[in-house]
Design a protein around this ligand. Structure first.
Ligand SMILES: [Zn+2]
Length: 397
């Protein structure tokens, strides 16, 4: 009994010491900005944040809570888990990070997928780009972050199930650049990723998306064409459309742009699936971007010019006025004129309850895939050029 008691005391002391050490480490991280894998304070010169290894290894990958690609060996691919926001159990959401560090110095390009959890083609696009990169031939760095909104991905769901007061679903693409002390988990997660991973390691950024569940999209880039580098990147994709619009101020692309990092938002067709026809076009466009910034050598592939890309600065969402069954009369990429009928809606008896027409002339960019709709649901989205760029309504990037 006495020995056990002694052990108990000894153990408690050990735990206290361990807690104190963890506290000291945290203090070093906060004050010094960096603790390296050996646990020593290593604040680099020039105010760089430095890469912070937590000491954990998950499924063979080292865990980091801050990244500076300058710390990584050149001419190699590196893989990590980045420690994101803490869950109610005290565990963390980790996101998958690949850094392809070229043999020579150069520009840094960030490729992001999984901001929305039901958007799969972006993951495959980035994986394919990464597989085509040879770090020995590269000048600069490609940073890939594959699964930003982890709990949303686990559920194949657009939004993050925040559990503060029962579940609410939060769209993390309405939260950037986030806030590490924000009121919701996705806001804190966005802040951790933006400050510790994305912003410090990107000269240019591409945040890949698809349509949302229930809405099929064409291949297009959402890009602010008034910004020269965003425009240049958007035009390098051999895809069908460019939507020249900032959309919402809290998009990840806009958070990058607000800190001086040119960024665009490619949209790769439908949610939930790999679109193996569209993905190669986005791979080709992304490789073109890497060639533009001399990160990879070689001649440009096809671009928007080669395929007669259609540019519009506004999107007209045609919303249902009734509930009922929808028959669509137009296809993706179809040209429509003012007054053209685009959809018919019937009730269960087959009686027509509404007919929908376009108020603009343009090209179809989105189409509802579910055959039913309640009122106020977008059934057809038409890309068009307006004298004054219109803010999008009911647009799900
Ligand atoms: Zn999205």
């Amino acid at each position: 009994m006495q020995n056990e008691s002694k052990d108990g005391v000894a153990r408690r002391d050990f735990i206290k010491t361990a807690v104190a050490l963890v506290g000291a480490t945290s203090a070093l991280v906060t004050q010094g900005g960096a603790v390296n894998a050996q646990g020593t304070n290593a604040t680099p010169a020039g105010g760089r944040q430095g890469t912070v290894y937590t000491g954990d290894v998950i499924q063979g990958k080292k865990v980091i809570s801050a990244l500076d690609v300058e710390d990584l060996e050149r001419g190699k691919k590196h893989m990590f888990y980045f420690q994101g926001v803490q869950m109610p159990t005290g565990q963390h959401w980790y996101v998958s990070v690949i850094v392809v560090r070229g043999a020579k110095p150069g520009k840094r390009v960030a490729l992001v997928s999984g901001v929305h959890g039901d958007e799969m083609s972006p993951v495959h696009t980035i994986q394919t780009v990464i597989s085509q990169l040879d770090p020995a031939q590269m000048s600069g760095t490609v940073l890939a972050v594959l699964d930003v909104s982890r709990p949303a991905l686990e559920a194949m769901e657009r939004r993050w199930p925040n559990s503060g007061r029962g579940i609410d679903l939060i769209d993390i693409n309405r939260e950037w650049p986030g806030n590490e002390n924000g009121a919701s988990a996705p806001s804190r997660h966005a802040g951790l990723l933006f400050n510790g991973l994305l912003r410090p390691n990107a000269d240019y950024a591409i945040d890949f998306h698809t349509g949302t569940t229930g809405m099929d999209l064409t291949s297009f880039n959402l890009a602010r064409m008034e910004l020269p580098e965003a425009r240049a990147m958007a035009e390098l994709y051999p895809i069908t459309q460019i939507f020249d619009n900032p959309a919402y101020p809290t998009l990840l692309a806009n958070a990058f742009i607000n800190v001086g990092i040119p960024a665009i938002t490619p949209e790769i067709g439908s949610a939930r699936v790999f679109d193996l026809d569209m993905i190669p076009l986005f791979v080709e466009g992304t490789m073109n971007v890497l060639k533009r910034y001399n990160v990879v050598p070689g001649p440009m592939g096809r671009t928007g010019k080669d395929v007669g890309i259609f540019v519009g600065n506004s999107a007209h969402s045609i919303l249902t006025t009734h509930g009922g069954f929808i028959e669509l009369l137009v296809k993706l990429n179809e040209k429509v004129r003012v007054g053209q009928k685009v959809a018919i809606q019937r009730n269960a008896f087959g009686e027509v309850v509404a007919q929908y027409t376009s108020e603009v002339a343009g090209e179809v960019t989105g189409r509802r895939t579910d055959a039913t709709a309640e009122p106020r649901i977008p059934v057809v989205m038409i890309l068009y050029q307006s004298p004054a760029r219109e803010n999008p309504e009911d647009y799900s990037e």
